[in-house]
Design a protein around this ligand. Structure first.
Ligand SMILES: Nc1ncnc2c1ncn2[C@@H]1O[C@H](COP(=O)(O)OP(=O)(O)O)[C@@H](O)[C@H]1O
Ligand SMILES: [Mg+2]
Length: 278
């Protein structure tokens, strides 16, 4: 696999939406893999207590019992961000069920919403033995999988990143929730993080031949124009299966279409980070 010779962090991207089940975790993992397969060095950070993203890495719950650090330790104990490496080639910081405690613990600490930002200003805690010392020179992309709450975690992410990618479903009240999320992004941009850029909306579970969905997608495009990404991810059994097997679509059979779609997504993200950031 080709390796880019010199890395220079292009983007710290939060993958977020107030809604659950819209494909945030699926997008984080597969976009990360697609970027990695193009030769980029990619770090993924799991901020969700459900730890679904972590289960798609080499992280094992017994590591937690043996006191290997996780995102919890970063947020609640001011630990540097641990960097582990998965067999797949992705670098990751896992979440854990003890993230349940952040709701109570974080708000009692000083500047609770700044924890992730501060951690990214410190050197990483290299657990790979590869000599990782610096976010900027060791990585091209950092992708952060967002939970739907508590708010303090969403704040941590939106303040720390320079970009967000918003997976959406076109069902029911999807667009109402979207407006709330966008309004909140705008608020954070005005108060805490003026670099915060919206990379766009990704239709992440596009159903074939469902008329209501097509109409909703048209509405979305009319309203938000180019903010709607020109690529979408089709709803496919192969995507669901890859999640059930705790891996990406790049390591299961019969996943040609999702692979192509996530590769197109990666190309679009590379393009947008080039043109919209800096
Ligand atoms: N394109 C897709 N095709 C089929 N199933 C999908 C697709 N995207 C996501 N899913 C499934 O939908 C469920 C929710 O996705 P997930 O990424 O966990 O959402 P979120 O992180 O936003 O809660 C998972 O079971 C996942 O496998
Ligand atoms: Mg998720």
């Amino acid at each position: 696999m080709k390796k880019k010779r010199k890395t220079q962090l292009r983007a710290v991207i939060g993958i977020g939406n107030y809604k659950g089940g819209v494909g945030k975790t699926t997008t984080t993992l597969n976009l990360a893999m697609a970027l990695h397969l193009q030769g980029y060095r990619v770090m993924i950070i799991d901020m969700d207590r459900q730890a679904n993203l972590s289960s798609c890495t080499d992280w094992k719950p017994d590591m937690e019992l043996n006191h290997y650090p996780t995102i919890y330790h970063v947020l609640c104990e001011d630990a540097p961000i641990p960097v582990y490496r998965s067999e797949s080639g992705l670098y990751y910081c896992p979440s854990t069920s003890i993230m349940n405690k952040v709701d109570q613990q974080l708000p009692t600490m000083r500047n609770p919403a700044m924890k992730l930002t501060r951690a990214l200003q410190k050197a990483p805690d290299d657990r790979t033995g590869e000599g990782i010392t610096d976010w900027t020179t060791d990585f091209d992309f950092i992708l952060i999988d967002s939970p739907v709450g508590p708010q303090v975690l969403i704040d941590n992410i939106l303040i720390a990143v320079n970009a967000v990618l918003i997976p959406i479903n076109l069902e029911g009240f999807a667009l109402n929730g979207l407006q709330n999320y966008l309004a909140y992004i705008q608020e954070i941009r005005e108060t805490e993080n003026d670099e915060l850029t919206n990379l766009g909306f990704l239709v992440s579970r596009r159903k074939a031949n469902v008329r209501g969905q097509r109409e909703a997608e048209e509405q979305l495009k009319q309203r938000y124009g180019k903010q709607v990404l020109p690529v979408a991810i089709s709803e496919r059994e192969a995507v669901a299966k890859s999640q059930r097997e705790f891996t990406s679509v790049y390591s299961i059979a019969n996943a040609g279409t999702p692979r192509e779609e996530f590769t197109l997504l990666a190309n679009e993200i590379i393009k947008r980070t080039k043109t919209l950031l800096q």
